[in-house]
Design a protein around this ligand. Structure first.
Ligand SMILES: Cc1cc2nc3c(=O)[nH]c(=O)nc-3n(C[C@H](O)[C@H](O)[C@H](O)COP(=O)(O)OP(=O)(O)OC[C@H]3O[C@@H](n4cnc5c(N)ncnc54)[C@H](O)[C@@H]3O)c2cc1C
Length: 489
């Protein structure tokens, strides 16, 4: 791609046009950092909760990106456009994964390029200090942060313990930051319980669903994990009971999670459990729901589960879990997502000779997300419980915002949070925040190498010209064009 050199005079004007705007509105840590360093005199906007709800305007690029420095918009547009070029993403993914690039000088070069581009765009920093800084600046821009210790799957107790310490430290860091600047601490159960054990627990839970007479001595009270339509093909034959060593590991994993929940209760910091692929999701739901029963009290859910609405059984499971929570009188928190493991799910189902557990069409997924969202909005408006709508989909954002206006959520309570990934769908985040909703950015932190699998998923997700980042790319381009014109004329 040819690079044009912008004359210094124009670049200065571009910066000027940017820094004289009034509203701080950058969601990205580095963007916000740049903003705060250049426009320190601008007072931060009032917290989103005190905004009156106004209409959701996603067309005014100038207003949406008003405080994002031109340099950051240029970087964002470069990263988002690069990830929209399929072959370029293929080469990038190959370089990040390739053994050839895992050593010596090649590795250093790949890491350095990744860090300056994808990493700085999608992540909050290398450690808790950097992540804390990013959260503060995001918060100054009117948004909040979900603090995500960016580890991936663990396979033994040693790595689970290491990851657990990281999650605990994340709660400490969130406590040290300005009140309400961190909305949630995120935990991945696959990082604090060995994967093989999660698969075994999931197998046993599935078999119990097939044969309710199966006794699982280790099983604690929990909400329903399956519905009648849930696929159980992963478990083809009756699994052996857990060995004493496995039971011991389960106890250790449970201890880690309970300690983390207790720390969150002490800090009044909600803990959001991420959803993963269906091989292990029953065990993840088991841990989530059994912990929610212990720690969610009154009208204050501490433990939140995640429902992936691309799954055909999502709505039925959600209805069953909410009904059971109501019956035992615990407030439940849910995050709704579409789901990020499509190809893994399709491949797995195919390998067993079963149809995919994912809706046959994308429209069915959209309908399922919007139905579940509408159901939960209505539910939290009338009773206990909280909801996180984690989506970049403009239509879903608009529908949910309209429903929330209609039933008064947001004005009087803080039970609804919208969320987008750091570096993605910034226009939607700013638009929802400007309209008076609480909005968080999901902000993973950790060394580049550690968050590499996360970065690869983001590169994959934004792949292709019609990908999720299309709307942002278009708006950023429009705003850059406007600034360029304003600087020249
Ligand atoms: C804050 C946050 C937290 C998240 N946490 C999780 C998590 O815990 N677990 C998890 O799995 N994901 C998680 N995700 C990712 C999420 O599941 C989606 O992958 C991502 O957000 C894209 O969905 P969208 O709602 O933004 O919708 P869109 O931008 O509209 O994306 C739709 C995408 O859905 C996919 N899709 C779904 N169903 C179908 C279908 N039937 N046919 C074809 N394509 C289909 C396609 O890939 C398509 O690109 C999270 C996302 C956010 C923003």
């Amino acid at each position: 791609m040819a690079t044009r050199v912008v004359p210094p005079r124009i670049f200065k004007n571009l910066r000027y046009k940017t820094t004289t705007t009034k509203t701080l509105n950058s969601s990205h840590p580095s963007a916000a950092a740049a903003v705060t360093s250049t426009v320190d005199l601008t007072p931060p906007p009032p917290p989103p909760s005190s905004h009156p709800l106004s209409s959701l305007d996603l067309n005014n690029a100038e207003r949406l990106f008003s405080a994002v420095p031109t340099s950051t918009l240029v970087r964002s547009t470069a990263v988002l456009h690069a990830t929209a070029v399929g072959p370029m993403v293929d080469v990038g993914i190959w370089a990040m994964k390739s053994k050839l690039f895992q050593m010596g000088i090649m590795k250093d070069a790949v890491m350095a390029v990744t860090k300056k581009t994808f990493y700085e765009h999608f992540c909050a920093g290398e450690d808790t200090v950097a992540a804390g800084r990013s959260i503060r600046t995001v918060n100054n821009a009117g948004l909040r942060g979900m603090l995500v210790y960016g580890v991936e799957d663990a396979h033994d107790n040693e790595s689970c313990d290491r990851n657990f310490d990281g999650f605990l430290h994340t709660v400490d860091v969130s406590r040290s930051l300005p009140p309400n600047s961190v909305s949630f601490v995120i935990v991945k159960i696959t990082a604090i319980c060995p994967m093989a054990l999660l698969e075994r627990i999931s197998d046993l839970l599935r078999w119990q669903e097939k044969e309710p007479s199966l006794k699982l001595a280790w099983k604690q009270d929990c909400l329903p994990i399956f519905s009648e339509s849930s696929p159980l093909y992963h478990t083809q034959k009756r699994p052996e009971p857990l060995t004493s060593e496995e039971e011991n590991d389960l106890e250790l994993a449970n201890e880690r999670l309970q300690k983390l929940c207790e720390k969150c209760v002490e800090s009044n910091m909600p803990l959001l459990v991420d959803a993963e692929h269906t091989s292990v999701q029953p065990a993840i739901d088991y841990f989530t729901y059994s912990s929610a029963i212990i720690h969610n009290k009154d009208d204050n859910p501490i433990v939140f589960g995640t429902i992936q609405t691309y799954l055909k059984d999502a709505k039925e499971r959600l209805l069953l879990a909410t009904k059971a929570a109501d019956n035992i009188g615990i407030p439940m928190g849910f995050k709704l997502v579409r789901g990020a493991y499509m190809s893994t799910e399709n491949t797995l189902a195919h390998s067993f000779g079963y149809p995919s557990p994912i809706h046959a069409t994308i429209q069915d997924t959209h309908n399922c997300f919007n139905d579940c969202s509408s159901f939960l909005l209505q539910k939290i408006a009338n009773g206990p419980g909280s909801l996180v709508l984690a989506t970049h989909n403009i239509q879903s954002g608009k529908l949910a915002a309209a429903k929330a206006y209609e039933i008064g959520i947001g004005k009087v309570n803080h039970k609804l949070e919208f969320a987008q990934l750091c570096g993605m769908a910034d226009a939607l985040s700013f638009g929802l925040s400007n309209a008076g909703f609480r909005v968080s950015k999901y902000m993973p932190f950790g060394p580049v190498e550690m968050v590499m699998p996360y970065l690869l998923r983001r590169a994959e997700e934004n792949r292709g010209l019609l990908s999720a980042s299309g709307f942002d790319r278009q708006l950023i381009r429009k705003e850059l064009g406007r600034r360029l014109k304003a600087a020249i004329f």
